[in-house]
Design a binder for this molecule. Structure first.
Ligand SMILES: C[S@@+](CC[C@H](N)C(=O)[O-])C[C@H]1O[C@@H](n2cnc3c(N)ncnc32)[C@H](O)[C@@H]1O
Length: 319
């Protein structure tokens, strides 16, 4: 199995976090640990990283590579949306910097049995924490892509494809899925990709025609946008004054959420525009450090094509 993942915009993240040897940092999306390792190297000899990931497989691989950092890191299998509760359990009240590098890792995309990619035949799964869920009654109800594709009514499928994939052929694709599954269940990634491709084959595509449908299902199944909203709130709470929050997004739905949350937290007043006197009692809690998002340069994209849609936004906690 190829476990290679090149960390996106790593130097920029380190520049903003500016890790210190007495600092504690959260990497909310450890993946294979590229960013975590860079933070630990930059904060040597004593800086600490608390790494969170939903994916046990990724954490196990990262762990195998982290012995060189001794006891300067702790990995937690969990959801960054709950990072405040997770850190409270570890008696960490506040931290010096936080990174969220959203989306899926190369490991997840390139492992066929995880079912994330239309390029590899595998079961239609797409759960980020598939193993944990099998053992966790509370989350055992979380669906796989196979269940969603085979059991959802037409209007739900259309809504998922439109809302999370911004897919303009949502109706046509949902209709074809329903027709197909009446004859035979849709169980694999490539089977679904082929159905989408055949349905929209007359369009002109810069990307694979199933890209948006796969993105939509993944976001829906893993509650990615809800997790992001909650994760931003928790991260802002946990930062010490002066600490930075770095968020790397890979599509416009995520980027919009980060941009708006930063803008709201950077405003001293959030009263409706025509309110004569401020009544909101809101105070700015963040300073935005990236007026425009930072994008990877041509050289980085050449080395790592998956970086091409990345956007980094950074804000600093004020008090
Ligand atoms: C792009 S990868 C991170 C790569 C990592 N920065 C590196 O350098 O190797 C995104 C990771 O975030 C994890 N993830 C996504 N949503 C999550 C969430 N809500 N809570 C915790 N981990 C999450 C995924 O399982 C995946 O491993």
């Amino acid at each position: 199995m190829d476990t290679h993942h090149i960390s996106v915009l790593c130097n920029k993240v380190i520049d903003f976090l500016s890790p210190k040897s007495d600092g504690v940092y959260i990497d909310g999306t450890v993946g294979l640990g590229g960013h975590s390792a860079a933070i630990l190297e930059a904060s040597a000899p004593n800086g600490r990283v608390i790494g969170i990931d939903l994916d046990v497989e990724a954490l196990t691989i990262a762990e195998g590579r982290f012995h060189i950092f001794g006891d300067r890191y702790s990995f937690i299998n969990g959801n960054f949306a709950e990072m405040d509760a997770l850190l409270a359990k570890h008696s960490v009240p506040a931290v010096d910097g936080i990174l969220l590098d959203l989306g899926v890792s190369s490991l997840q995309l390139d492992t066929p049995h995880r079912g994330f990619s239309f390029n590899h035949t595998g079961p239609l799964d797409m759960r980020m924490n598939s193993r944990q869920m099998l053992n966790n009654e509370q989350e055992a109800e979380t669906l796989t892509a196979m269940q969603v594709v085979n059991n959802s009514p037409m209007d739900v499928l259309i809504d998922i494809f439109k809302r999370y994939g911004e897919e303009r052929f949502a109706k046509r694709i949902a209709h074809r899925i329903i027709q197909t599954r009446q004859e035979t269940p849709i169980t694999t990634t490539t089977q679904l990709a082929e159905i989408v491709k055949r349905t929209v084959s007359k369009g002109v595509f810069k990307i694979h025609p199933a890209t948006r449908v796969f993105q939509a299902l993944r976001i829906y199944i893993n509650s990615e946008l809800e997790n992001l909203e909650m994760g931003l709130d928790a991260a802002i709470q946990l930062l010490k004054p002066g600490g930075c929050l770095c968020v790397i997004t890979f599509h416009s739905l995520e980027d919009r959420i980060v941009k708006h949350r930063f803008q709201t937290c950077a405003r001293a007043c959030v009263c409706p525009p025509k309110t004569p006197i401020c009544i909101c009692e809101h105070t700015a809690s963040l300073e935005i450090l990236t007026k425009r998002p930072i994008l990877p340069g041509a050289v980085e994209v050449q080395h790592n094509p998956r970086a091409r849609s990345a956007k980094l936004r950074v804000a600093r906690k004020l008090f």
